[in-house]
Design a protein around this ligand. Structure first.
Ligand SMILES: N[C@@H](CCC(=O)N[C@@H](CS)C(=O)NCC(=O)O)C(=O)O
Length: 223
């Protein structure tokens, strides 16, 4: 099994790395794709790994390719050794984790990523390989703030998004927020005016796995 990870700390690869470090019990090879050199947009990658030109991607032992970070993390959760499942272990818990993962993505991540895609930094990064929407910045900043305000209320009295234990929902949100706060390109994501998110963010940032997610995985993962 091969995970195509990014050489650079993009948020989507960071989500999978964070998942791998938190979940543990996984063994696979890693190949690094150079996003800065647009290796992911070249025919060799698009024709044999991911026609969408995106990273990460997972090649199974039967050569089948799985893309989309929730699908990759979900697959890893099923096959990993050990019983610390991050997608939940009962139908109710699984549903709750899916609910929070989806809310985090739709209400917060998608709006702020769309906002970011209207910046000069995004234009420079994609160099014409993605449809950017600078005209959508204002509305998506409002949407992201609305989602963050709601989450701040929702987190009152809670340790993690879906309760007392870290789950895929936290991995999803922190993978995106942590990488974007680190680059400093989205200064309004984590602010003291949203104290419950700020406390959750600090809790996440203090974890060893969160620090490791900024670095590409080694050529072989055996954790
Ligand atoms: N829908 C994909 C998104 C993956 C994605 O957009 N990855 C970024 C890195 S953070 C990428 O490959 N960007 C390079 C590009 O689009 O040229 C997923 O869930 O995995």
């Amino acid at each position: 099994m091969i995970l195509y990870d990014a050489k650079q700390p993009g948020p989507n690869p960071a989500v999978v790395r964070l998942f791998v470090h938190e979940r543990q019990g996984l063994q696979f090879d890693v190949e690094l794709i150079d996003l800065a050199g647009l290796e992911n947009r070249k025919p060799a990658y698009r024709n044999t790994i991911n026609a969408r030109g995106e990273v990460p991607a997972l090649r199974l032992d039967n050569d089948r390719i799985i893309t989309e970070i929730t699908a990759i993390c979900g697959y890893f959760d099923e096959i990993a050794e050990g019983d610390r499942r991050l997608f939940g272990d009962t139908p109710e818990h699984r549903a709750e984790i899916h609910m929070w993962t989806r809310r985090a993505y739709l209400e917060i991540i998608l709006p702020f990523v769309t906002w970011w895609r209207g910046t000069d930094a995004a234009e420079e990064a994609y160099r014409g390989h993605r449809l950017l929407m600078p005209e959508a910045r204002r509305s998506h900043r409002l949407l992201a703030d609305q989602g963050l305000n709601q989450l701040d209320d929702d987190l009152e009295g809670k340790t993690f998004l879906a309760g007392d234990d870290l789950t895929m929902a936290d991995v999803m949100l922190y993978g995106f927020m942590g990488t974007n706060v680190a680059t400093g390109e989205i200064s309004w994501l984590n602010v003291p005016q949203r104290p419950n998110i700020a406390a959750w963010f600090d809790r996440m940032a203090a974890r060893e796995a969160s620090q490791k997610m900024m670095t590409a995985l080694p050529a072989r993962v055996e954790n």
